[in-house]
Design a protein around this ligand. Structure first.
Ligand code: 5AD
Ligand code: SF4
Length: 437
């Protein structure tokens, strides 16, 4: 049968989608399109209200497919986990629902559906076996992702993740290293380690710490680039900071969500740091690794956020000069502590703050891209442009997109590129006439 996986949400979800696709291919199914699919799986995210609304409107449209062609429909991921059995009341036409820790049961769920048997699983099966699925790397060429830990113990007051992804659990370092070695043998050169909170990898376990794991991966022949997401500022240790500029493969970039620049709001968010502690970590990272690219997440309109709090957020953003920030309007999530807080910010005020923030950040991002004009950087070529075959696209070690003209034979290679122009979301480059000029 042919299958399609519609995906919402984070990089963890992208990776879960690859894992499910691999399990289904191993069972003899084939990837398809919406037009010819016999099975449609919707992998969900509930971190913000918008993602949830998009999911329910998609399900409304899929119901017609089901009526017309009898398509098998399944829901996986965080909304499945959040709603548990009650999802079948709201969406009575679906065949299965699996939480994020249960996606290894995807083939069984499809098999059951062919016999009209409904499957549901929302247990916390820990690190095995959903984390142990090794996806075929069909989509991403020489880039690969490895989940090193799952869940989160931080309970930031706005966040639903600890409720839907469960408590933190780390995979054994031996398993992670074996998986990366295997990836390197298959030609993967760029590895991203995934987890809700990778800095607390193996916290309290007698196993490698996170910096030790990074060193272990750094020593694997064939790996050129190593990254990790997501980090919590309170857990960035001096040992981790020392890895930057020391480990050959560790890319000069870090995603470090700050969420707010106001200490009062950070306390209400239960983030466990103040703005000056955050800035201290940023300074230490910049000292250790000049030119490090910093990206972050930020929430505006958290309950009780006043003009002065928002100004503190603007100040923090101006001080750090991030390469990019994902910024969101707060949305109240089921079961979270913040959902019970008073002092809701009127939507018009929250929108106005968000657009001010984004406008200023766009200008800072543009400045930082322009500052790269005239430099020569290493680019991992990821593919050709759809419109013109000799137009290539790749990424710098700092995660910036570079477009340049070159031979399609360079795809998946590491090349040196001269940056000639910085734009809002990408860089324009050209291959040097004389390499090493
Ligand atoms: N409302 C708005 N943004 C949120 N995030 C998490 N929960 C919420 C929420 N309830 C944002 C945070 C987090 C990112 C993945 O999503 O900024 O870092
Ligand atoms: Fe959510 Fe906070 Fe955990 Fe990140 S650290 S997943 S924001 S609870």
């Amino acid at each position: 049968m042919r299958f399609v996986i519609e995906n919402f949400g984070c990089q963890m979800n992208d990776h879960d989608m690859e894992k499910m696709g691999s399990v289904l291919i191993d069972q003899g199914h084939l990837p398809g399109s919406m037009d010819d699919a016999d099975i449609v799986i919707v992998n969900t995210c509930c971190i913000r209200e918008k993602a949830e609304q998009k999911f329910y409107s998609l399900m409304g449209r899929l119901q017609h497919l089901r009526r017309k062609k009898g398509t098998i429909l399944g829901v996986t991921g965080c909304i499945a986990q959040q709603e548990k059995e009650s999802i079948f009341e709201r969406l009575p036409f679906i065949d299965f629902s699996l939480g994020p820790s249960n996606i290894h049961r995807i083939a069984e769920a499809v098999e059951n559906a062919t016999g009209q048997v409904r499957t549901s699983a929302f247990g916390d099966d820990g690190c095995s076996p959903s984390l142990l699925i090794r996806p075929h790397n069909t989509r991403r060429g020489v880039k690969g992702y490895v989940t090193i830990m799952k869940g989160c113990n931080n309970f930031c007051s706005y966040c639903v993740v600890p409720y839907v992804r469960g408590r933190e659990e780390s995979r054994k370092s031996g398993d992670v290293l074996a998986e990366v070695r295997e990836m390197a043998e298959r030609g993967i050169v760029d590895v991203t380690l995934l987890g809700q909170n990778v800095n607390s990898y193996n916290n309290g376990n007698k196993d490698l710490s996170f910096p030790e794991l990074l060193s272990g991966i750094d020593a694997i022949p064939g790996i050129s680039r190593l990254r990790f997401v997501t980090s919590h500022p309170k857990d960035i240790s001096p040992e981790l900071i020392a890895c930057f500029g020391t480990l050959r493969t560790l890319c000069e970039s870090i995603h470090l969500p700050f969420q707010s620049g106001s200490d009062r709001i950070l306390a209400l968010m239960n983030r466990g740091y103040t703005s000056s502690e955050y800035l201290g970590k940023v300074e230490a990272l910049k000292d250790r690794c000049p030119g490090i690219a910093l990206t972050a997440d930020c929430i505006v309109g958290f309950p009780g956020e006043e003009d002065g709090d928002f100004e503190a957020t603007m100040r923090l953003m101006e001080t750090v000069r991030f390469d990019g920030v994902f910024s969101f309007i707060y949305s109240a999530r089921k079961s979270t502590a913040a959902a019970a807080l008073t002092g809701r910010v009127p939507p018009a005020v929250a929108h106005e703050r968000l657009s001010r923030f984004q406008k200023r950040q766009r200008a800072i991002t543009l400045d930082s891209n322009r500052a790269m004009e005239g430099t020569r950087v290493e680019v991992l070529v990821e593919g050709q442009s759809k419109n013109s075959p000799d137009e290539l696209s790749g990424r710098t070690r700092t995660g910036k997109i570079v477009n340049f003209r070159g031979d399609p034979g360079l795809v998946y290679k590491l090349v040196e590129v001269d940056i000639i122009k910085g734009y809002a979301n990408s860089l324009r480059g050209e291959l040097p006439d004389t390499p090493g000029r």
